[in-house]
Ligand binder design. Structure first.
Ligand code: ISL
Ligand code: CA
Length: 559
């Protein structure tokens, strides 16, 4: 397997609005980020991924862009951004920007032109259709955020497609002029010196010609007609040829609905598309047939089967991204750990998983000291468009009980990840001196970066160790993954192997004390403890029948 910096790297995701406010207006900003670069360097991360910082009316917090070549006023200026880039590069880190080109904002100049007249040269930059023969929407697709994916526009009497909010019209990738505009814009940022792109829902840019309805229902999920569509590989290969291949950068495509086989095509090294994808299968282990808000308990078997399938599936072709949370997902320690009883233990165990599987680990801001989900008392405390739409649909329109609706939001809502970064125990966790745009999680008093830095046995210091270990041992990046104890209900265990070196990872996923039985073929004599989540482990302990403590994680080198 070929070596690459993006395989060896650890990425840290920043959601700028919630990271650090430098001027007291309650909104995180670029100068705020710049003031925390030493913290990130101390943690040891290699690449910073910034969620969008471009001009935006913020219908979807920057994922609705009105000018791709300029900075959002609330976040600062282009000069601030340039200074930030310099600060990142000066510390030997890299910067990956968010590329949101499935859609733009409806306030983008292209769309304002496009909607003005059917004859506008920009008309075809977006996807316009007349009403169907019944005078209804052109097809029955629903948007990711609920309701029809079409919006009627008075000016020209036609509908435009929006897979997300109606302020996020989909760009028409069938149009070569639009594609060239996107490539020029990417080149603009690459020439400014950025080191890569995270590409928002990039597997949705090619739609089935004719935009067919799905089934007979008035509204239906049309994913089969816009996820991994007919021209997707052609578009990505063109983008790679025209832009990406000219730079030494990293790329990750966000791809809801992508399978392992599709990921091999997107990330195969000889295919000239992307380096890796964010797959979503494991983000659905706790969803029922009703989708994301239909919350079900997850099992270790369910989670492990998916991660294992991706590990094995991309062993020879492609590359995995490793994540358990981001700005769209609940906090991992609340979802897959036990934030109440075993906060530190479970956060460290999950970190061990992310940093010892094969792939590139992504840390989401605050994960490194165990930030948790939040339970705001009222829907009025929530800000996320997806959450607010769902509350309206489920509770107000369909009459589902409020308690049940709020329970889904507490478990799955995106604002769980978007509360302000908890820097210290001062008001609002030190995020702002003003009033934050969304309330802080009240637990900042005990869960915060400063506390974690001051405690040598903390989650923060454990992340530092995991990251440092990756830098010292190529086996973590390149070693072959093999599952052991495939049926265990509580323990996820596997080996990594590189050039005759063999490592063993054991992860107790719950609060019990299961016994780890070392398989006969691994019963070597000598072993070395490489890292462990509890700080009092006797490195010489016999591990043939090892009773693990709650959420205990250990990594051994077997020789
Ligand atoms: O948030 C989700 C989980 O419910 C997804 O449906 C999410 O909307 C989807 O994964 C796409 O996410 C990306 O594009 C969206 C934006 O709202 C998300 O923040 C972004 O990560 C539209 O740009
Ligand atoms: Ca600010």
């Amino acid at each position: 397997m070929k070596k690459a910096f993006w395989k060896e790297a650890v990425v840290y995701q920043i959601y700028p609005r919630s990271f650090m406010d430098s001027n007291g207006d309650g909104i995180g900003d670029l100068q705020g980020i710049a003031s925390k670069l030493d913290y990130l360097k101390e943690l040891g991360v290699d690449v910073i991924w910034l969620s969008p910082v471009f001009k935006s009316p913020n219908d979807d917090n920057g994922y609705d862009i009105s000018d791709y070549r300029d900075i959002m006023d609330e976040f600062g200026t282009m000069a601030d951004w340039e200074q930030l880039l310099e600060g990142i590069h000066g510390r030997g880190m890299k910067l990956m920007m968010d590329l949101v080109v499935n859609h733009s904002s409806d306030e983008h100049a292209w769309f304002m032109e496009s909607r003005s007249s059917k004859d506008s040269p920009y008309r075809d930059y977006y996807i316009w259709r007349p009403a169907n023969e019944k005078g209804e929407e052109p097809n029955n697709w629903v948007s990711f955020f609920g309701g029809s994916a079409w919006q009627y526009d008075e000016a020209t009497g036609e509908y435009f497609l929006h897979l997300f909010s109606k302020k996020q019209p989909d760009l028409n990738w069938e149009n070569p002029t639009l594609r060239k505009e996107v490539y020029d814009m990417m080149t603009f940022w690459l020439d400014k010196g950025i080191d890569g792109f995270r590409m928002d829902v990039i597997n949705c840019i090619s739609k089935t010609p004719g935009l067919p309805s799905v089934g007979e229902d008035r509204y239906a999920w049309g994913g089969e007609h816009f996820m991994n569509g007919p021209r997707i590989h052609e578009f990505l290969q063109e983008m790679n040829r025209e832009v990406l291949s000219k730079y030494d950068i990293m790329t990750v495509g966000e791809m809801p609905g992508a399978t392992v086989d599709q990921a091999k095509l997107y990330t195969g090294e000889d295919r000239g598309e992307l380096n890796m994808v964010f797959q979503f299968e494991h983000m659905d282990v706790d969803s029922g047939p009703g989708g994301k808000w239909d919350v079900r308990p997850w099992t270790l078997k369910g989670l492990r089967d998916i991660l294992h399938k991706w590990q094995v599936g991309l062993e020879h072709t492609g590359w995995n991204s490793l994540y358990l949370n981001n700005h769209d997902q609940p906090r991992m320690v609340s979802r897959f750990g036990d934030a109440e009883r075993y906060h530190k233990e479970s956060a460290k165990m999950l970190a061990t998983l992310l940093h010892t599987l094969k792939g590139t680990p992504y840390i989401y801001q605050g994960e490194e000291f165990g930030m948790t989900n939040v339970k705001f008392p009222s829907i009025n405390d929530y800000r996320d468009i997806e959450t607010l739409n769902m509350y309206r649909e489920h509770h107000i329109e369909q009459g589902k009980p409020e308690a049940q609706t709020m329970a889904s939001i507490y478990a799955k809502g995106r604002d769980n990840a978007r509360t302000p970064m908890q820097w210290d125990a001062s008001p609002n966790g030190g995020f702002t001196t003003g009033t934050p745009w969304i309330a802080s999680n009240p637990n900042y008093v005990t869960i915060n970066a400063e506390q974690s830095i001051n405690d040598p046995d903390s989650i923060f210091h454990y992340y530092k160790k995991l990251i440092a270990l990756r830098k010292q041992h190529a086996i973590i990046t390149y070693g072959r993954y093999e599952l052991i104890l495939p049926e265990h209900d509580e323990i996820y265990a596997y080996t990594r192997e590189l050039d005759g070196e063999l490592w063993l990872v054991m992860l107790n996923f719950f609060g019990g004390e299961p016994v780890f039985e070392l398989p006969e073929h691994l019963a070597h004599n000598a072993r070395e403890l490489m890292i462990s989540s509890y700080d009092d482990v006797d490195a010489a302990q016999d591990i043939r029948h090892l009773k693990l403590r709650p959420y205990e994680a250990r990594v051994y080198k077997l020789t």
